[in-house]
Design a binder for this molecule. Sequence first.
Ligand SMILES: Nc1nc2c(c(=O)[nH]1)N[C@@H](CNc1ccc(C(=O)N[C@@H](CCC(=O)N[C@@H](CCC(=O)N[C@@H](CCC(=O)O)C(=O)O)C(=O)O)C(=O)O)cc1)CN2
Ligand SMILES: [Zn+2]
Length: 763
Amino acid sequence: MTTVHNLGFPRIGAKRELKFALESYWKGESSRDALKGLGAELRKRHWDNQAGLDLVPVGDFAFYDQVLDMSFTLGNLPERVSGFQGDQLDNYFRVARGRSAQSAAEHRSCCGGVAAGEMTKWFDTNYHYIVPEFTAATEFKLDASRLLEQLAEARKQGVKAKPVIVGPVTYLALGKAKDDSNKLALLPALLVAYAQLLNALAAQGVEWVQVDEPILVTELHADWQHAFNLAYHELKACPVKLLVATYFGQLQENLYLAANLPVAGLHIDAINGDDDIRPVLNLLSGHKVLSLGVINGRNIWKTDLTAVLEWLEPLAERLGDKLWIAPSCSLLHVPVDLDSEQKLDAEITSWLAYAVQKLDELQVLAQALRAGRDSVKEALAANQAALAARRSSPRVNNPAVQQAIAEIDAGLGARKSSYPTRAAEQAALLKLPAYPTTTIGSFPQTAEIRHARSQFKAGTLNEADYKAAMQAEIARSVHEQEALGLDVLVHGEAERNDMVEYFGEQLDGYAFSQFGWVQSYGSRCVKPPILFGDISRPRAMTVEWISYAQSLTSKPMKGMLTGPVTILNWSFVRDDQPRSVSCKQLALAIRAEVLDLEKAGVSVIQIDEAALREGLPLRKAQWKKYLDWAVESFRITANGVDDRTQIHTHMCYSEFNDIIASIADMDADVITIETSRSDMELLDAFDNFNYPNQIGPGVYDIHSPNIPTQEHIEQLMKKAAERIPASRLWVNPDCGLKTRQWAEVLPALTNMVAAAKALRQAA
Ligand SMILES: Nc1nc2c(c(=O)[nH]1)N[C@@H](CNc1ccc(C(=O)N[C@@H](CCC(=O)N[C@@H](CCC(=O)N[C@@H](CCC(=O)O)C(=O)O)C(=O)O)C(=O)O)cc1)CN2
Ligand SMILES: [Zn+2]
């Protein structure tokens, strides 16, 4: 009989209960016990949601991040927090969020400020984890209490528990050696802690442990492949069965390695890695469990259950009780429950499945495998009907858009003149000083702004009053920027809930949900809009707001747009056409907005491509294809403008070495990037490539509440000028300021502007 299980459940809560509880605790408005109680309540509710599965994940809950949980379990804390005397949970948040010296002083805490742990993307998702830190001196010391407590909790509730942990090789591979030592040297010590952990679980009578090793779907160096063998031969002695879980892609050349690890089972992603299934069947020895991820854990569409059964039934026949089925990956990356939605269009709702519904689908499949398709006849018929309706819906297909895509030619993506000609014309028009200063777009999204928007959406604030409230915020940011003496201003993005969702809400072919929240990091969530049909732009989306902002100042006002690749990568996208086609449709829509802004007299337009790099496939072999259509989409969006219009783009990451040629190919007049934390060393990529256009290397980290000093900013810019000619440098923060407070933003930007003025004088 097929076993049905789940790899992980979203923890934020259907109504983002965890987010609100965390933020209230951090603000000192509620107690630690209240927060812990809410955690227990969420775990209980989520296990209830998974009732009916044969095995339910335990340990997938985290107050901030599952990788950080693993660091605490392994006793691998950064040196800077090791002296902390207070509560363990508070120390956990110190690693996650850092603590400013100022706030430490205000709270009379024993220690000064601590830097937050670095955050980075979890594989190719929009989820961010806290990077484990290693040095040659790192020691591990098991603290299994979190897992053991949650295990006991689950059992009390009658849950058939399967503890979930990040596997040792993935944990090591994702961490960072702070002293450039070889991380792999730590493997033996790490394995001791893992073995203790597995033994502790075994002592509680645990049968199966899920060990997540998604690093197996990436290209692995020989020593890392070797590390896998070493690790699992070492852990073989522990008296628990290990299910090594891989997801997000194909195992390919690592398939032999994965299939031959001395463990009891292997989970593979049968959505993104379906080419692996046939070879794995031949490689996997008969006593091992093969878990297939047959429901997509990365999107919100209903699964074609009949199509899955077509290929799954023969496998079930062949594998018998060695076949397990599950979602492709943890359901962390999808929203919780479709039944929460009250306003989503009924037709579109009928095409969707969130986490709870995906588990229902899994149960239908299991039932069909166990008792035949007839036993779930109605469910299968309803599923077929929904899919057929989606396929033929006139709302999905728009012939005019398809026609426009067919007519795209190379001319569409080319500027009229080359960069030097444009730069001269733009300089004559804009008359900017050396080291021009600007910001990346957003100013603080205050509680008042969010409250006004939530009232507007609820219908308790009318449109005119909402508009007036947002205009007042825009006016406030324009005045602050003028007072600060910035050179190129922004309107501040007050009217935007999110840089992607805002555009999704206004484009045809998109639906947006009320409760489709997905955790991005810690308490921060995003609500990816749902791209379901051909995309078009019924009307201008930003022109009125930008024109209003421009009317308040004689300084240049940057028009602010999100680019097609980023909109695509941060949306739930269609599974019925290639991503590249959806991207080009978005490109044409945003291009029209660019041209409307230009027509309205906006002479600087920024097109954010914050997610261009993270869209890179996990395997390098597929990079070129992606970069080709991504860059073409950007060019189509940006390059229809006149030579005098200055195009900016922004990317909030810094590792450009691999993709610098594509970045140059985008041909933006100015690119602003994140560099402050790397001490400008990441500009080397631009330097080595002789990147020809202008660059604004970020001079301060917006993730931190710390205020950068003028001196530090000057120093960074001097380092930048060693790499890029000063005449092509801008001065700006690393990214937008929406998560900061005005009290932090004003002194930081004051110092930034002062630094730019000092640099001009010195020049
Ligand atoms: N899509 C996307 N992906 C991204 C980023 C990004 O900006 N967008 N940035 C990086 C990740 N960084 C992030 C930084 C901040 C937030 C963030 O602040 N998210 C907000 C939600 C933003 C939002 O949609 N806000 C809405 C809803 C606000 C809200 O929660 N309102 C309350 C009501 C408040 C009230 O009445 O007072 C409610 O609905 O209950 C709005 O402004 O309209 C949050 O979690 O709090 C998310 C990701 C990478 N990936
Ligand atoms: Zn950014």
